[in-house]
Design a binder for this molecule. Structure first.
Ligand code: HEC
Length: 200
């Protein structure tokens, strides 16, 4: 499969639950033909699946307002538990972050800005791999779709005022609103430290 195709699938699969059967340690030994960029992509995809499934469950069973509590209390712990099972570090960061802990660093901002420029020229955004002393870091874009706008869209149009006051209570410095569909909301940063298991 071409990387660009795999990537579109990654974005599309945000709300599809991940397979429950393949928990546990995963590394490159189990799939020696996989590249680090693809391995990181799989991690991002599966983490998105878990977050998306839980978010949808929270919205459907308790409504958008309760789902905010879910995002606020569970998004990072769920991401961390995926990190443990993949022996990797997983972060979601943004140039317009909601949680102050998800603020993009200078290097991450470079990737975000380059990706935004590519989008504005009608090009496909490509994930990026950086080689580090201990392994690799992969960057993968996170795009918005219609469902995201309930909490990241335009105030008083997509986001109800009372809902936003709840968001502001939890995140007084929120800058993650004003998005439309198909925009770059942030990126996955997947740090694969287990370099010795990686087969290029
Ligand atoms: C029910 C409300 C809600 C919906 C719907 C929602 N989000 Fe969020 N989102 C949040 C909250 C709350 C946070 C802060 C989570 C935290 O504290 O870690 C957040 C954080 C994020 C972050 C991490 C960066 C940051 O700003 O802190 C990304 C990336 C993100 N959301 C993308 C999306 C995308 C893409 C969608 C749609 C597919 C989406 N969200 C749908 C409420 C929502």
């Amino acid at each position: 499969m071409k990387r660009s195709t795999a990537f579109i699938i990654l974005i599309g699969l945000f709300f599809i639950s991940c397979h429950q059967g393949d928990k546990g340690k995963n590394n490159f030994n189990s799939s020696p033909e996989i590249t680090p960029l693809e391995f990181g992509n799989n991690i991002a995809l599966k983490t998105m699946g878990i977050l998306g499934k839980n978010l949808m469950h929270a919205i459907n069973s308790e409504g958008t307002e309760q789902a905010i509590s879910f995002c606020s209390s569970r998004a990072i712990p769920l991401t961390d538990s995926m990190a443990l099972s993949f022996d990797a570090k997983i972060k979601r960061v943004s140039d317009r972050n909601r949680n102050p802990n998800n603020k993009a660093s200078t290097v991450e901002l470079d990737y975000i800005n380059n990706s935004k420029e590519a989008i504005s020229k009608g090009q496909t955004i490509k994930p990026k791999l950086i080689t580090t002393e201990n392994g690799y870091i992969g960057y993968y874009p996170i795009m918005t779709n219609g469902l995201c706008l309930k909490c990241h869209g335009q105030l008083n149009k997509d986001i109800a005022a009372d809902l936003y006051s709840k968001i502001k209570q939890l995140y007084p410095q929120d800058s993650a609103i004003g998005y439309k569909e198909g925009e770059l909301r942030g990126i996955w940063v997947i740090e694969m430290n287990n370099g010795k298991n990686i087969v290029n």
